[in-house]
Design a protein around this ligand. Structure first.
Ligand SMILES: C[S@@+](CC[C@H](N)C(=O)[O-])C[C@H]1O[C@@H](n2cnc3c(N)ncnc32)[C@H](O)[C@@H]1O
Length: 278
C-alpha cells in the first residue's frame, strides 16, 4: 500500500548519475580550479540534490544544465559554496606568524598583507593581530582578505566566533582584540572594531582573469588552497602573485604545499615560506 502524500513529507535524495558527477566536477574545475576527487561522489550527490530541491528542479541533470546555461546566475555562488572546504583556525601553523612578525619589523610602512583564501576570517584576524602586536596600534598596516566562498566571507566579516574557535588565541590577546558576548551571546566573542577596521574582506576567485587591485603587498598568504588545484592552475596563479609583491616580499604556503618545482619566480626561504625573486 502506498501513501503518496508522504512522498512530499520525506523527499528522498535525488539520484546523481556518474555523468552528473563528471559534469559537476567539470563545471566546478573550470570555474574555481577545484579538482573534485572520486572520493567526493557521495558528498557531491548530497550537495547537488539539496540545491536541485531548493530550486524545485526535477533532477540533478536539469540543475547542472541550468548552471551551464546561466553562467552569471547567483546560483553559481551556492554551487561553489557547497564544494569549498573551509577548514581553518586562528594562528594555524604558528611558526608562520612568528616569521611574519620578524619580517614586518624590517619593512617600510605602510605594511600590507593579502590573504587570498581567507575562509571564515581566522587567518586574516591572526595576521592583523600579528601586525598590531609587532608594529604598534598606530602603524599603517592593512590586510586584504578574499575568498571565493561568499558565505565564508560574510561570516568572516561578522567576526563572531565561539569560545572553542578562539582557543588558540592567547588570553591576553583575546582580551585585547575581542569582545565577550553577554546574555544570549555568552560563550561567543566578537572581533573589536579597532582590529576589524584593518581588514577588508571581499569575495574573489583566484581564477578570475583580473584581480581588482593594483596594490602591492609585503606578503601574500595562500595556504591550504593550491592543494585543491592542478599543477597548471597552481603555476598560473603563482606567476600572477610574483608582480603583486613588493621587492623582498614573502609568499606563505600551507604545510603540505611545495611550489619549488612549479615556478622560478619564488625561492624557498624555509618552513613553506617563499621569497619573490627579482
Ligand atoms: C582549507 S581553506 C584554507 C583557509 C586558510 N587559508 C587556512 O589555511 O587556514 C581553503 C579556502 O580556499 C578557498 N578557495 C577555493 N578555491 C578558490 C578560488 N578559486 N579562489 C579563491 N578562494 C578559493 C575556499 O573557499 C576555502 O575557504
Amino acid at each position: 500500500m502506498s501513501f503518496p502524500q508522504y512522498r512530499y513529507l520525506a523527499p528522498e535524495q535525488l539520484e546523481a548519475t556518474p555523468h552528473d558527477f563528471e559534469k559537476a566536477a567539470r563545471l566546478l574545475r573550470t570555474r574555481t580550479g577545484i579538482v573534485l576527487g572520486d572520493h567526493k561522489r557521495e558528498m557531491a550527490a548530497r550537495a547537488l540534490s539539496t540545491r536541485a530541491r531548493k530550486l524545485s528542479v526535477a533532477s540533478i541533470a536539469e540543475y547542472l544544465t541550468f548552471l551551464e546555461h546561466h553562467p552569471k546566475d547567483d546560483e553559481w555562488h551556492e554551487f561553489i559554496n557547497a564544494f569549498t572546504i573551509n577548514h581553518t583556525a586562528f594562528f594555524r601553523e604558528q611558526h608562520h606568524f612568528k616569521m611574519l612578525a620578524e619580517f614586518v619589523r624590517t619593512r617600510k610602512a605602510p605594511v600590507s598583507v593579502w590573504t587570498c583564501a581567507a575562509s571564515t576570517g581566522e587567518e586574516a584576524y591572526s595576521i592583523a593581530i600579528t601586525l598590531r602586536e609587532t608594529l604598534g596600534p598606530t602603524a599603517a598596516a592593512t590586510v586584504w582578505a578574499t575568498d571565493i566562498d561568499t558565505q565564508a566571507i560574510s561570516r568572516a566579516q561578522r567576526g563572531i566566533y565561539t569560545g572553542e574557535r578562539v582557543e588558540p588565541v592567547p588570553e591576553h590577546l583575546l582580551h585585547k582584540y575581542f569582545l565577550r558576548g553577554k546574555g544570549g551571546k555568552s560563550g561567543m566573542v566578537r572581533v573589536k572594531p579597532s582590529l576589524s577596521e584593518m581588514v577588508r574582506f571581499e569575495p574573489l576567485n583566484l581564477l578570475d582573469p583580473v584581480w581588482p587591485t593594483d596594490q602591492k603587498f609585503d606578503a601574500i598568504f595562500c595556504r591550504n588552497t593550491m592543494i585543491y588545484f592542478d599543477k597548471t592552475t597552481q603555476t598560473r596563479i603563482l606567476t600572477r602573485f610574483a608582480p603583486m609583491l613588493k621587492d623582498g616580499g614573502l609568499l606563505f604556503a600551507g604545510h603540505s604545499e611545495n611550489f619549488t618545482y612549479l615556478t622560478d619566480a619564488f625561492r624557498l626561504r624555509g618552513q613553506t615560506v617563499y621569497t619573490v625573486v627579482r
